[in-house]
Design a protein. Structure first.
Length: 134
């Protein structure tokens, strides 16, 4: 699943070298690659890790919104909605994003998660394309 850890030292670690290269964005967007990444992450997420199993997402989201509300950048501002690589129906998205709209959307997400019955699992929460090697 990953390079073997060969040693640690203050400020770093030494890992096995695996001849490879990082995935490209184009490769990462292919369905077959996404499925394989999903299978690998499912194995990682099924590990029984010795960490807290308490859900901290709701409190994190509430704290984030509170920090944004107290920030001068968001107090009375709205920002245009921009998408990157996602192909979306623009009629489903607002033209402007405000802190109140963001807070409403996050409340909906928290309610959906609470009702989903999904278990808490270990996750590194990082799907950055450069973290997967080919």
């Amino acid at each position: 699943m990953s390079p073997r850890l060969l040693g640690i030292f203050p400020g770093g670690r030494f890992e096995e070298y695996i001849p490879s290269r990082p995935l490209t964005n184009d490769e990462y967007c292919k369905a077959c690659v996404a499925q394989e990444v999903g299978r690998i992450l499912a194995r990682i997420h099924s590990l029984d890790m010795p960490i807290s199993k308490e859900c901290r997402l709701a409190q994190f989201v509430d704290d984030m919104i509170e920090n944004l509300r107290s920030s001068d950048r968001w107090k009375t501002k709205s920002y245009p909605m921009h998408t990157t690589l996602a192909k979306i129906d623009k009629s489903l998205c607002p033209d402007l994003i405000t802190i109140d709209l963001l807070a409403e959307e996050l409340e909906i997400c928290k309610k959906c998660l609470a009702q989903s019955g999904s278990p808490l699992v270990f996750s590194n929460n990082d799907l950055h394309v450069c973290l997967f090697i080919f």
